[in-house]
Design a binder for this molecule. Sequence first.
Ligand code: ADP
Ligand code: TRP
Length: 324
Amino acid sequence: MHPPRILSGIKPTGQPHIGNYFGMMRPAIEWQERGEAFYFIADYHALTSVFDPAKLREYVRGVALDFLACGLDPAKAVLFRQSDVPQHTELAWLLSCQTPMPMLENCHAYKDHLAKEKTPSHGLFAYPVLMAADILIYDANVVPVGKDQKQHVEVTRDLAHKMNALYGPIFTVPEASILPTLATIPGLDGQKMSKSYGNTIELFPEEKTLRKKIMGIVTDSTPVEAPKDPASSSIVALYRLFAPPAEVEKMEVDFRAGGTGYGDFKKRLFGAVWDFFAPQRARRAELEADPGYVDGVLADGAQRAGAIAEKVMQRVRTAVGLRH
Ligand code: ADP
Ligand code: TRP
């Protein structure tokens, strides 16, 4: 048996946050030990929402630095920028010719846009097709993502089956890998943490910024003396990710007992988050001090990813009749 081929991507639409970390980055880093891992910074995808070139460049670099600081090891996993491998967009076109419109009309990013009465661009509408191409072009078996991406991996599987039925077995059919525990990390306002909701906690903010964000977590108006419900609190949900079980239990007991205000619980959460990321913070500072490092990693990654993508693309061009 071949080791599995693992692939995932993250959009450079802002600084990575703890939802990205627990939903995708940490699982991806764990997977690098178990197979051939390919992780990319989805800059083509970011163009559906980032229209400031300087910001896009800054986010790409930031995502690469955060990922490397958190433990992505370029000797074990290939880290690259999507636009360095233009075969992704070439394959997306071929797939889009077999994608029924209703399949895309059903996808949640598009539906969310319509629900907010915004006019989606064609790029946003077609985004799941590009994502399918991202996955299929590496013959990936496993796609570690957060729960919100499950639907897109289903679209990828459908398209792979459809193409295989039409042209013969050209694609590997991938599977999503979603962590069962706390599949969706809540944000400062209790909704899903997401860059697009402005409710994120980034991985490496200044101490003051982090403190301010955590103290700003939205809570109800239960008075200090009154008992509080740990099960419905995003403070507890977040604390669980960062603190040892005994500390979490203590917080739950203190919630139920009453007599402790939310401010106090938030301070405990702040301490746990700050300590949790201390080693990664130090590593990030080191990497940042070497200006050529990230560029070197991405250039090497582009070459390794590009070689595979071109091989698969040759197979596909032949299968559909574009080449002999
Ligand atoms: P955002 O919603 O902030 O724009 P992305 O779409 O860039 O985040 O997500 C990158 C990865 O992080 C995806 O695999 C996604 O499923 C995961 N992810 C994002 N937000 C969360 C969250 N709140 N909980 C769990 N996983 C998340
Ligand atoms: N759509 C993903 C997100 O919003 C990012 C992404 C793009 C991706 N292409 C991918 C994830 C391929 C996994 C595989 O988070």
